[in-house]
Design a protein around this ligand. Structure first.
Ligand code: NAD
Ligand code: ZN
Length: 256
């Protein structure tokens, strides 16, 4: 059953004119980064409104930096791309996958080699001063005594989008464009509960694309918006898809 779905997915991908992927926290679980929701999710440990809302951060940046971001920072900085990230990078090298829209802030798609990654919720690689707007690379800032501070004395915030904040307009516009122009959208490791990211597959489907979902658990998209649902962990499923894609286009793979 699953192998039939793998074959169909590979077929859709090799015939695609413009394939894109939408990824969520689930694609980075096998890299050791916990998701927000689901088994082992961060929300089992932290209350999202207390730690991931912009108002909580502005009210008490020291607390959010110390408790939540202190934990996140160590995990994010140690993480390496897994087979799913590497597989999507290979799909780009094969000329199949054009763009990734990611909700993740971990930078693992870029580390894997994808060159067009839309960071829908910003990233954790950069910090910005709340007072003077100066940006600094997270790895170059002393995080040992939170909250980290800029030379001007202002407190640094990460360049990721907190709950209660707007999506960066350029990321939103490009994501909407890519979603409406793609003919295949891979949706990997997202619970599809966070808006407006979860609306991108809806735009894709309404624009005529085939939406293919990879997730161990069904989501609100499953069998309603998604044409195919491949139940499983991202690393294994993406590997199986790649094997099949490479079988279908052996001449193309030799040079990549
Ligand atoms: P989510 O936490 O709401 O849901 C995670 C999804 O991943 C679930 O549907 C789960 O079934 C699935 N999943 C778990 N293990 C998987 C695996 N091995 N392979 C494939 N799927 C798997 O994630 P979300 O939908 O991305 O929304 C949460 C928000 O949290 C995002 O906007 C993101 O900004 C942020 N976040 C990012 C990171 C990161 O950068 N890695 C980590 C946690 C949260
Ligand atoms: Zn400053």
């Amino acid at each position: 059953m699953i192998s039939e779905l793998i074959k169909q997915t590979a077929q859709y991908l090799v015939s695609a004119r413009h394939a894109v992927a939408l990824t969520g926290a689930g694609i980075s679980v096998e890299s050791g980064i916990p998701p927000f929701r689901g088994e082992g999710g961060l929300w089992e440990k932290y209350d999202p409104m207390e730690f991931a809302h912009i108002n909580s951060f502005l009210k008490n940046p020291e607390k959010v930096w110390k408790i939540f971001m202190g934990d996140m920072k160590n995990v994010l900085m140690a993480a390496k791309p897994n087979d799913a990230h590497l597989g999507l990078a290979r799909l780009e090298r094969l000329g199949i996958l054009k763009t990734i829209i990611t909700q993740n802030v971990d930078g693992l798609h870029q580390m894997a080699g994808n060159t067009d990654v839309i960071e829908f919720h910003g990233n954790f690689a950069w910090l910005r001063c709340l007072k003077c707007n100066q940006r600094s690379k997270t790895i170059e800032v002393d995080l040992s005594d939170p909250p980290p501070k800029c030379a001007c004395g202002g407190i640094f915030r990460p360049e990721c989008v907190f709950f209660g904040e707007m999506i960066p307009p350029s990321a939103l516009t490009r994501s909407q464009e890519e979603s409406s122009r793609c003919d295949v959208m891979l949706v990997v490791g997202t619970s599809a509960l966070v808006q407006p990211a979860a609306f991108m597959p809806v735009i894709a489907r309404e624009s005529g694309a085939t939406v293919i979902e990879i997730n161990p658990e069904p989501t609100p998209l499953t069998h309603r918006i998604s044409t195919l649902f491949l139940a499983g962990k991202a690393g294994r499923v993406v590997n199986d898809i790649l094997t099949e894609v490479e079988r279908l286009i052996p001449s193309k793979t030799a040079s990549c």
